[in-house]
Design a protein around this ligand. Structure first.
Ligand SMILES: NC(=O)c1ccc[n+]([C@@H]2O[C@H](COP(=O)([O-])OP(=O)(O)OC[C@H]3O[C@@H](n4cnc5c(N)ncnc54)[C@H](OP(=O)(O)O)[C@@H]3O)[C@@H](O)[C@H]2O)c1
Length: 259
């Protein structure tokens, strides 16, 4: 061995979609990977495809025991932490079980919070490395508990970015729009009405996020489509945004919450 050891990257939700795309890109960049997901077979398939020495951790990051396990791994020291695992509910929040809502808040918020807090001090001490948290363009719009959790990811990541930056450590929040992954099938969403030009593929998205992270950007919004959608959240009046999200104002909350 000569020179510095390869940097390590811990990626959650790495068995599919955007997480698997991060794994592919970071393996090509020479990172030593620690891949985390609840889908054991998916994780093993990604690790086999990439080859080389890859650590895999099967963990359900909506449970205390597994969050604590991965938190401890983050505290041992990683150079890049990618908090990416996430999912959407197939139903509106008043029709979603409270257990499913709590699982989402644990995965999208508690796990992100605890892993970031576990990993950052080591990075700050070494004066390098960083964190990429996957938010969503929806985090700029009030539409659901999903969007609320992603708004938290965006706000928290920007706060962490300000604290980390003076130490040479970059925290970036990635805000994807429509991205071709297993996300929508898993959530039971029918996406046939979404025009093709609005979609990005996961590899393009992950490459853009890594470019932005290396440039030290706090917010990464890949694609002109997503930049435009995000800009609308600042330009349109909130009353109009809320009307659009409630179905053009035609359905009252009571109607929208009927089974
Ligand atoms: N795709 C989009 O259009 C889009 C847009 C905006 C933001 N995002 C965000 O991007 C991130 C990645 O999503 P994706 O599109 O790549 O979705 P994906 O293809 O469904 O991949 C997500 C991965 O995370 C895993 N996962 C889900 N819940 C988990 C848990 N409790 N513990 C551990 N792993 C868990 C999934 O496992 P299972 O297969 O077992 O569920 C899956 O392997 C998410 O945070 C999502 O909210 C996606």
């Amino acid at each position: 061995m000569h020179g510095h050891p390869a940097p390590t990257a811990l990626i959650s939700g790495a068995a599919a979609g955007i997480g698997a795309a991060f794994a592919k890109a970071l393996a090509a960049d020479g990172y030593r990977l620690i891949l985390v997901d609840r889908n054991r077979e998916g994780l093993q398939a990604v690790a086999a495809r990439l080859g080389g020495e890859i650590e895999t951790i099967t963990a359900d990051l909506a449970t205390e025991a597994d969050i604590a396990r991965v938190e401890a791994r983050c505290r041992e020291g990683v150079d890049l932490l990618v908090n990416n695992a996430g999912f959407g509910h197939p139903t509106e929040f008043l029709h979603t079980s409270i257990e499913a809502e709590i699982a989402m808040s644990k995965l999208h918020m508690e796990a992100v919070l605890r892993f970031t807090i576990a990993a950052l001090p080591g990075m700050i001490e070494r004066g390098r490395g960083g964190v990429i948290n996957t938010g969503s363009v929806l985090g700029f719009f009030p539409s659901s508990t999903y969007s609320a959790s992603k708004a938290w990811v965006i706000n928290f990541s920007q706060s962490a970015a300000v604290k980390a930056r003076p130490h040479g450590v970059t925290v970036t929040v990635l805000c994807p729009g429509f991205t071709r992954t297993e996300f929508h099938d898993t959530a039971g969403m029918n996406m046939t009405g979404i025009p093709g030009f609005l979609w990005l593929d996961a590899d393009t998205l992950a490459a853009a996020a890594l470019r932005d992270w290396r440039k030290g950007k706090a917010v990464s919004i890949p694609g002109w489509q997503n930049k435009t959608i995000t800009a609308l959240s600042r330009l349109l009046p909130m009353r109009l945004i809320l009307r659009i999200h409630s179905g053009g104002g035609k359905r009252s909350l009571r109607e929208a919450t009927r089974p």
